[in-house]
Design a binder for this molecule. Structure first.
Ligand code: F6R
Length: 603
């Protein structure tokens, strides 16, 4: 969480920093700030504002800041409430070092005590401020050497950017645990928490690894290890267009990303084979068990993946929340595969659970969207979704892309293990190729779904029901609605409703039911009748042509017919749109819902 950016080069720093912060705002939006070294007198100027980047931008409107070296930050509060004092950048007592930081300094209380005893006065409640004072305390006349010493004192996960009026031609960054990239330009260089933040200026990047320090001047970038020894780094070239980080005519990123799903899915299907190899198939084939671990929406993708892997490849799969998996006494062997799913590839719960499992001898596989992310570098094998950057905090296109990878993996593993033959493989593969256009069809119902959404804006609670492979989609529908509209929602297996949740049903409760015509249809129709008999408002999502269901439903949304196993790709789309429209009718900030952040790098 928190976004950091830094610039050194030919341009004025402020517009570059603000621009980058706008693109990083999804990582946190409690407060924002910048620090720039003014060319005259090399003084560090700091401006901060509680709230969003636009509030900071307004504050800067009539200020003149000419410097060409600066750092910026958008905050997701951990230590200390959102306030000007707690907003970054933080400055050392002598005003000569400014710091931005993403992560948590675990030993900050100890460091704070030590610095206070030396006479340092703290003005914020953050863990970050210790870093600024440490730079002042340990400064040896060389900021790079000092960064090495500072890094040795810090414990925890952090990405830090620092500038100093003592050495105004340098920007230094330290990376340990939290993500950090260096953007390489001509007569200018950048640091940022992610690639889209500076995509407008460069397409060449260095992805920093843990324990690395980057030293940027206008013309050069050097990467050092934690002991200050130079390191060779590969340059990563991305061919993303800058428009991936813009709304392109849509009202919100979330809306754009929902509509991008056919494209994201086709790209992911096309890219799948490039990351598949025999070694991975062997590892999975010999697994005594696969543990899929993930959080939030990625966890729901994992639940669907379990159905496919067990059905097509007959390898046992367990799915667990990463935060639970990490701390429970599970049975891992050298044949166990721990399979982490994470859009960002930076989620602390997932990363650390996977790293622990690796230490305990398990094999690890990651499925990520963000190129160069920590999880992708720390796992034995990595698979990618090719969704492009997802900016809206609520995951949408990356979810359906994760499903595509899991489905293709299950099919390939099934074929590899001779559970499915070539013909069945081809049929199932061909069926997947039809999914992007089926999603296009559903997206045409957007206006209708918007009308349905309007009817339910005053609901206090929502229930989502699904069976079998669509049950995880009920969970996902509930998560989408609660995170962006703040309406309480629950997802439930439809057959389980009668064991408790049925008591909630009355004429005020909307119940969205995933009822495609598959082998569970008759059973779910009975569940719909049970809801109806108790006056609940049924919103059915069913296969086109099914008129019967309208008798029992307040509203019916149709999806095209596909193979039964593929319905999760389709049933989720109306639920994404329903949540999106309810939240926008309620005037909520769907791209940046309260209290959330896109990348959760704290446990
Ligand atoms: C929901 C959402 C979150 C994430 C979760 C995991 O819309 O976005 O629940 O799915 O924080 O994030 P990743 O996939 O980046 O590990």
């Amino acid at each position: 969480m928190c976004g950091i950016i830094g610039y050194i080069g030919k341009r004025k720093a402020v517009p570059v920093l603000l621009n980058g912060l706008h693109r990083l705002e999804y990582r946190g939006y409690d407060s924002a700030g910048i620090a720039v070294i003014e060319p005259v007198g090399n003084k560090i100027v700091i401006e901060k504002q509680v709230g969003k980047i636009k509030d900071l931008q307004e504050k800067l409107w009539d200020k003149r800041i000419d410097g060409h070296v600066g750092i910026g930050h958008s905050r997701w509060a951990t230590h200390g409430e959102p306030s000007i004092e707690n907003a970054h950048p933080h400055i050392s007592q002598n005003g000569k070092f400014a710091i931005v930081h993403n992560g948590i300094i675990e030993n900050y209380l100890e460091l704070k005590k030590e610095l206070e005893e030396k006479g340092y006065k703290f003005v914020s409640k953050t863990d970050t401020e210790v870093i600024a004072h440490l730079f002042e305390e340990l400064y040896s006349g060389n900021i790079v050497e000092t960064a090495v010493e500072v890094a040795k004192r810090l414990k925890g996960a952090y990405a830090v950017g620092v500038i100093s009026s003592e050495e105004p031609d340098k920007l230094v960054a330290i990376k340990q645990g939290s993500p950090l990239i260096v953007g390489l330009g001509k007569d200018e260089n950048f640091i940022a928490s992610d690639i889209p933040a500076v995509l407008e200026y460069t397409k060449d990047f260095i992805v920093l690894d843990d324990g690395e320090i980057a030293v940027l001047t206008k013309d050069e970038v050097h990467v050092l290890d934690i002991n200050g020894k130079p390191k060779e780094k590969k340059v990563l070239h991305v061919d993303w267009d800058v428009s991936v980080a813009e709304k392109a005519g849509y009202k919100h990123f979330m809306q754009k990303e929902i509509f991008e799903q056919p494209r994201a899915l086709s790209d992911t299907i096309a890219g799948f084979n490039s990351n598949l190899n025999e070694e991975l198939l062997n590892t999975l084939s010999n697994a005594d068990r696969i543990y899929i671990i993930a959080c939030g929406t990625s966890y729901h993708a994992g639940l669907v993946g379990k159905f496919w892997i067990e059905k097509f490849a007959k390898v046992p799969v367990e799915v667990d929340y990463a935060s639970e998996f990490r701390y429970r006494d599970k049975v891992l062997t050298d044949k166990t595969v721990v399979f982490g799913i994470s859009q960002s590839g930076e989620t602390a719960d997932t990363r650390f659970a996977l790293l622990d499992a690796k230490k305990e001898g398990a094999k690890t596989v990651a499925l990520v969207n963000v190129v160069g992310s920590s999880l992708s570098r720390e796992s034995d094998h990595t698979l990618f979704t090719y969704s492009g950057p997802e900016i809206g905090v609520a995951a949408t296109k990356t979810f359906t892309s994760q499903l595509a990878v899991l489905y293709l993996l299950a099919l390939n593993l099934g074929k590899f293990r001779n559970i499915i033959d070539n013909r069945l493989f081809e049929n199932l593969y061909e069926s997947l190729l039809k999914v992007p256009s089926a999603i296009e069809e559903i997206l045409k119902s957007d206006e209708k779904i918007k009308d349905i959404a309007y009817k339910y804006i005053n609901a206090k609670d929502f229930l989502f029901l699904g069976r079998n492979i669509n049950y995880p989609i009920a969970l996902e529908g509930a998560l989408k609605l609660k995170e962006i509209s703040y309406i309480h929602a629950e997802g439930y297996p439809a057959g389980e409703m009668k064991h408790g949740p049925i008591a909630l049903i009355d004429e005020n409760l909307p119940v969205a039911v995933l009822a495609p015509i598959d082998k569970f249809y008759e059973k779910i129709l009975s569940n719909i009748q049970e809801v109806k008999a108790r006056k609940g408002k049924v919103i059915s999502i069913t296969t086109e042509g099914n008129k019967e269901i309208e008798k029992f439903s307040e509203d019916t949304i149709y999806i095209p017919k596909v193979e039964d196993v593929l319905y999760p790709f389709l049933t989720v789309i109306p639920l994404q749109l329903l949540s999106y429209h309810i939240a926008t009718f309620l005037g909520k900030d769907v791209d940046q819902p309260r209290n959330l952040a896109k990348t959760v790098t704290v446990e």
